[in-house]
Design a protein around this ligand. Structure first.
Ligand SMILES: CC(C)(COP(=O)(O)OP(=O)(O)OC[C@H]1O[C@@H](n2cnc3c(N)ncnc32)[C@H](O)[C@@H]1OP(=O)(O)O)[C@@H](O)C(=O)NCCC(=O)NCCS
Length: 346
């Protein structure tokens, strides 16, 4: 007998299934990008750059920019509505909302609470997580714990960003790279599927200064001086970030495959963080993947941070590239530094 069943002093709700876990699957995905398109030609008018430079160094051709009155919670809500519809889930069913973002509507309350309000998902608990571009995989792994432990039945995970609000439009080193958007997934137990097989998460805070936003937090609150010094924009050491991204994504993906005893040839589609085409190609080559195994959509959206891999997953599914039973490898990298990889049976 387990300790909980013999205990007469109180009830342990977690004993209901004798502490037995269950699998966690993605039962619906959705994404949303704002209407406004900013092309490389448009950027040529803002900073000293060229379509040729941006395309050849990054693969990015255009990105989406949210309207002035459109915030991260709006993008997240639109993506969530699509994911809910595809999963056949209504707002009242959602037990928990997790939003991964580095561009919350406000420092607090959480963007997840604003999404809860916009969806009318009033039964749901709600919080944000911040793992930069790795946020969606971090959020998937967190969400999975609640499903596996039978704490919750339906969790909404969203990666959403309005990066245009923290990009320095005078810095050609960074402004050409980023865009706005959101991707969402509904997580539930599906008894006929293994779903999320494993998720690797990692971090290296010693390299926090490679990619960061100095202003706006407790270290450097907003002031006239912080605004004048342009501290409320993201800053990046591009070359070092690039090297670390390739290494970390390869290591995370290899570890995820090892845990599942899978060779890369068994993976139907690799969905990597969409930061730079050269990073994706280098990671694919190091993993021994065939080019057709790599899903790429960054030419359309640039780097949308926590939304990136979620939008890509949605497009891969919607385009029919992914069928039930296929094995997927998601792999991400971001500020922190952070990284992650997940293997999913679709
Ligand atoms: C940013 C990045 C595209 C730069 O590419 P790169 O090949 O490393 O280019 P470099 O940094 O060596 O810059 C080469 C030159 O191009 C210039 N340059 C930078 N941005 C430019 C732009 N938008 N247009 C034209 N020239 C540009 C640089 O000033 C530099 O000039 P210099 O040689 O006279 O100093 C690349 O480093 C990168 O993608 N890094 C990772 C970014 C990333 O993924 N971040 C998010 C992680 S989640």
């Amino acid at each position: 007998m387990s300790p909980a069943t013999t205990n007469k002093k109180f009830k342990n709700p977690r004993a209901a299934h004798n502490f037995q876990g269950r699998t966690c699957s993605i039962s619906g995905v959705g994404s949303y990008v704002p209407e406004k398109i900013l092309t490389n030609a448009d950027l040529e008018k803002l900073v000293e750059t060229s379509d040729e430079w941006i395309t050849s160094r990054t693969g990015i051709q255009q990105r989406r920019i949210a309207a002035d009155d459109q915030f991260t919670s709006d993008l997240a809500t639109q993506a969530a509505i699509k994911a809910m519809s595809r999963a056949g889930v209504v707002a009242e069913q959602i037990d928990l909302i997790i939003v991964a973002t580095i561009t919350p509507d406000m420092p607090f309350p959480s963007t997840a609470c604003l999404v809860q309000q916009k969806l009318g998902a009033f039964r749901a608990a709600a919080f944000d997580i911040e793992a930069a571009c790795s946020g969606f995989i971090y959020a998937l792994e967190i969400a999975q714990q609640f499903i596996v432990s039978r704490t919750y039945d339906t969790v909404l995970v969203v990666g959403a960003e309005k990066l245009s609000s923290i990009v320095d439009w005078k810095d050609r080193n960074t402004c050409v790279l980023f865009g706005d958007g959101a991707g969402a997934a509904i997580l539930q137990n599906r008894p006929d599927s293994h779903g999320l097989l494993t998720a690797v998460m990692g971090a290296d805070g010693t390299k926090a200064d490679l990619l960061f936003m100095p202003g706006g937090g407790s270290r450097c609150p907003a002031s006239a001086a912080s605004v004048t010094s342009r501290l409320h924009y993201l800053r990046m050491e591009g070359k070092e970030t690039f090297k670390n991204a390739v290494q970390a994504m390869q290591t995370a993906a290899t570890e995820a495959l090892r845990r599942c005893e899978l060779d890369i040839s068994r993976i139907k589609l690799i969905i990597p963080h969409q930061a730079n085409r050269r990073i994706i190609d280098a990671v694919g080559e190091r993993l021994g993947a065939k080019p057709e195994q790599l899903f790429v959509n960054l030419h359309n959206y640039g780097n949308t941070s926590a939304a990136s891999v979620a939008i890509a997953l949605d497009e891969a599914v919607e385009s029919g590239k992914v069928q039930r039973g296929d094995l997927l490898l998601l792999v991400v990298f971001g500020a922190g530094l952070t990284w992650g990889a997940a293997v999913i049976e679709w």
